[in-house]
Design a protein around this ligand. Sequence first.
Ligand code: SAH
Length: 347
Amino acid sequence: MQKKDILSLSFDELCKSLDEFGEKKFRATQVYQWIWQKRVRSFEEMSNISQGLREKLSENFFFQTVKIAKPQRSSDGSCKFAFALNDGNVVEGVLIPAKDRMTACISTQVGCGMQCTFCATASLGFTRNLTVGEITDQFFVMDKIAREQEGKAISNIVYMGMGEPLMNYSAVMDSIACLTNPQTVGLAPSRITLSTSGIIKNIIKLADDKFACNLAVSLHAPKDMLRSQIMPINKTNPIAKLSDALAYYHEKTGGRITIEYLLLKGVNDSIQNARDLAEFTKRFPVKINVIEYNPHDASSYKKSDRQTLDEFVGFLKKLNLIVNVRYSKGKDIAAACGQLAAKNKKK
Ligand code: SAH
């Protein structure tokens, strides 16, 4: 019989498995607490569990964990981790300390299949989805380091690492359920942000599932022709339908949507682009994050110059839109958005 990943089981599934071993429900509660409260990653450490049950557990289950292959610290304080998976693949996570918060950026897939022309992860192609255990374990490993090295627990999570979270829907939702569960980490949903390139079908699903976290959409271009050029996913998920899905999402959840807009020199940074962007945001409440482009070897775009950026942002602000500029962090260690290409990926 094949061993199962215990980190991928919900509490109910764990109860069911232990019931099949003839164990009482409180044993499942104990095991669950060991994994998610005391955060152990081996059965030997579960000291109040009988030797017999520990053996039975290790015959049937394993921990599909992530292990730090390589930490790198940036001069601005952010820290990038290459995580080695059980099968030898590598994904990346980033810890971003700030005065009032400690943010973890986590990955949801090995590589990515969206082919966005400006993103370094795209050059890897798509290998596989991460399991729920591999997604949550990135949090646990980085949280331990944050506590030990910065004296601060992780307060916020952004699903903005490698991969498209909405192409790994059920594992991503299960990981959010785990991280917001008061029995485990108990993070408030308002402290979690999921960023998507705009997978319409699953934005609608988020709405129907009453998603309680924050939703960010990587728009980057407000018109179909341009957006399809820089984000091929737009060819099958066009702007009018994306807009309908976001309006529906707002109607169902009441949530405000963050629009991410990466400024690429001479490509999407004109005042006409800003006007079109403002037009796009009329149907639902938004916050716009204008993002400075991080150059990398896999693409030839350039970042917009400062004056263009200021004029673009100024135009939007005059319309009373909420706009923040995201100057990139972790540039010197290639941890910035779109640079998580895991150069040390094993073949
Ligand atoms: N697939 C998801 C999440 C990962 S990307 C998504 O597309 O939203 C996280 C953010 O970084 C996205 O807004 C993405 O468009 C942006 N990004 C990608 N490449 C970048 C680059 N070179 N410079 C700055 N931001 C980039």
